[in-house]
Design a protein around this ligand. Structure first.
Ligand code: SAM
Length: 303
């Protein structure tokens, strides 16, 4: 068995035999692992990515019970691509601070953190109590430095601006109109889109010159509130890239997602580099994928 399989089987043999919520048992066994009460037998060369993937397999099983459409874990294929881009955008730094304002299970955040070679410290926000406890035990096992806040991210956030924001955005209306009024992206009538407000909140917590990378619905710029979003972004951000993810990853056209990469304007960033408008090829086509990543790497150097 590989280390990843051993970890899954270690967690599953504990969590799968109980009537309690599977994810609660995952948290419990991970805590016992941290405290040295129980441990999977792993080879000495075990990597953080192997550990993350093993735990991820157990979460996928548990998520079937905890299923809510906007709480889905970010799939690895997308996490790894976002990780590659994040590594390129931060490669010349000696240390990096990251914020994931919708951290969920942490799968996306840890994929990104595991890929960054420099010192990395993260802040993570999540409203769902089970997911945040899960994300917190995984951070401890992976020995990643993460500070968690359990709250509505769209309420005031006591976090200093970071170098990089990453988020797989929950999509839909934000029900709290009163709090929505604290945002420029609150429409004059009706509810705001939560995903728009998350973008605005993220930019408030991005350092000047820093980046914010979001997984967005591909039709983000086609909604009835798109004009307001466009005007806001023109004023407050530099759109650096819009990357369409392969349709084959999504159930239907309305569920298709893209990556939006913004940079927070600074005094030095007077010239606006060209926007990368790209489409990720079929991820199984290794040659096409290698060419695509080469283009992304060239683009990242302009930052
Ligand atoms: N990247 C995550 C992962 O890999 O597990 C998945 C993120 S999931 C698509 C979006 C997350 O946003 C959900 O876990 C949901 O609970 C959280 N969320 C939704 N609305 C929120 C809010 N107002 N404040 C904080 N978190 C929120």
């Amino acid at each position: 068995m590989t280390n990843t399989e051993k970890i899954f089987s270690f967690i599953d043999s504990y969590a799968g035999t109980s009537e309690e919520l599977y994810l609660e048992k995952v948290i419990e066994v991970c805590r016992a692992w941290i405290e040295g009460e129980k441990q999977p037998e792993l080879s000495e060369s075990v990597t953080k990515e192997e550990i993350r993937r093993g735990i991820q397999l157990a979460i996928l099983k548990g998520m079937k019970q905890h299923a809510q459409p906007n709480h889905q874990m970010t799939p690895d294929s997308i996490g790894l691509l976002m990780g590659h881009i994040a590594t390129k955008l931060t490669e010349n730094r000696t240390s990096t601070t990251i914020l994931d304002p919708t951290v969920g299970t942490g799968n996306l955040l840890y994929t990104i953190m595991n890929g960054i070679d420099t010192e990395v410290q993260a802040f993570a926000v999540e409203i769902d109590d089970v997911l945040v406890r899960l994300a917190a035990v995984i951070a401890e096992i992976l020995e990643q430095e993460v500070t968690f806040l359990v709250q509505d991210t769209l309420r005031p956030l006591f976090i200093d601006p970071v170098d990089l924001v990453v988020s797989d955005l929950p999509v839909g209306y934000y029900p709290d109109d009163e709090n929505g009024l604290n945002y420029e992206l609150m429409p004059p009538e009706g509810h705001a889109y939560a995903h728009h407000l998350f973008i605005e909140q993220s930019l408030r917590h991005t350092k000047t010159g820093g980046y914010a990378m979001f997984m967005i619905p591909s039709n983000l710029f086609e909604s009835e509130q798109a004009a307001q979003l466009h005007a806001f972004l023109k004023e407050n951000a530099i759109i650096r890239a819009v990357i369409q993810l392969p349709s084959s990853l999504f159930q239907s056209k309305v569920h298709e997602k893209s990556l939006l990469i913004l940079q927070k304007p600074s005094e030095e960033l007077k010239t606006r580099p060209e926007v990368l408008l790209a489409k990720v090829p079929d991820m199984k086509n290794k040659q096409a994928m290698a060419r695509f990543l080469q283009d992304v790497d060239e683009w990242a150097k302009q930052g």
